[in-house]
Design a protein around this ligand. Structure first.
Ligand code: PRP
Length: 189
C-alpha cells in the first residue's frame, strides 16, 4: 500500500519493522552478554530516546537476559552545521545516578563522525563503571573522524541525511516511526 509521506520527506529508507528487527537483534546480543547481571542503559538525548525505550522493552521480553535493566539519560550537543558536527561535544545534562561499579551500555541512535560516542566513552569510562559498552542503531561509517568501538550495531545507515525515529532536522521529523530521506530542497545548499 502506498504510504502518504509528510512534506519534506522523499522516501522511507528503513521501515518501522526493520527498525524493530534490528532492536530485537541488539537486545538478544545484549541479553546474552549480560545474562543475570544488573544493567544500566544510558540513552543519549534527544536522538536515542526511541531506540533506548524500544531496546529496554525488547530486553525485558527476554527471559534469560539481565536480572534487571535500569534507564538513565544523558544529553550532549555537538556544534556544527546541518550536515556535519564540528567535533566539539558539550555535556548538557548528566545521568541522574552514578555509574561507578555498574554495567553500562550507552545507547545511541546514530554514529557518524564518531566524536559524540568518543567523548561519552571517555567521560563515562573515567567514572569506574564495572563495564562500558555502546549500542548504536545506525552506523554511518562514511565520514568517521575518530576511531571508536561500537559493541552492538543495529543497521548500516545509507550515506544520506536521515531523519525519523529520533533523528531530526532542525528539531523536526523526530517522531516519524521510520527512517527517511529528506527532500534535497529542504536542506541548505
Ligand atoms: C546526533 C546523534 C548522536 C550524534 C552522532 O546527536 O544523536 O548523538 O549526533 O554524531 P557524531 O558521530 O557525528 O558525533 P545531535 O548532536 O544531532 O543531537 P540530538 O540527539 O539532540 O539530535
Amino acid at each position: 500500500m502506498q504510504q502518504t509521506l509528510p512534506p519534506g520527506i522523499e522516501k522511507v529508507l528503513i521501515s518501522a519493522d526493520e527498525i524493530a528487527a534490528a532492536n530485537a537483534r541488539m537486545a538478544a546480543a545484549i541479553a546474552r552478554d549480560y545474562a543475570g547481571a544488573s544493567l544500566v542503559l544510558v540513552g543519549v538525548l534527544k536522538g536515542a530516546v526511541f531506540v533506548t525505550a524500544d531496546l529496554a522493552r525488547a530486553l525485558s521480553e527476554i527471559a534469560d537476559g539481565p536480572s534487571d535493566v535500569q534507564l538513565d539519560f544523558i544529553a550532549v550537543s555537538s556544534y556544527g552545521n546541518a550536515h556535519r558536527s564540528s567535533g566539539e561535544v558539550r555535556l548538557i545534562q548528566d545521568t541522574t545516578h552514578a555509574i561507578e561499579g555498574r554495567h553500562v551500555v550507552v545507547v545511541e541512535d546514530i554514529i557518524d563522525n564518531g566524536h559524540t560516542l568518543h567523548y561519552l566513552r571517555a567521560m563515562l569510562g573515567n567514572r569506574s563503571p564495572a563495564s562500558l559498552r555502546a549500542a548504536v542503531l545506525l552506523d554511518k561509517p562514511y565520514h568517521r573522524a575518530v576511531d571508536v568501538t561500537v559493541d552492538y550495531v543495529g543497521l548500516t545507515c545509507p550515506d544520506e541525511f536521515v531523519v525519523g525515529y529520533g533523528l531530526d532536522y532542525q528539531e523536526r521529523y523526530r517522531t516519524l516511526p521510520y527512517l527517511a530521506k529528506l527532500r534535497p530542497e529542504v536542506l541548505p545548499a
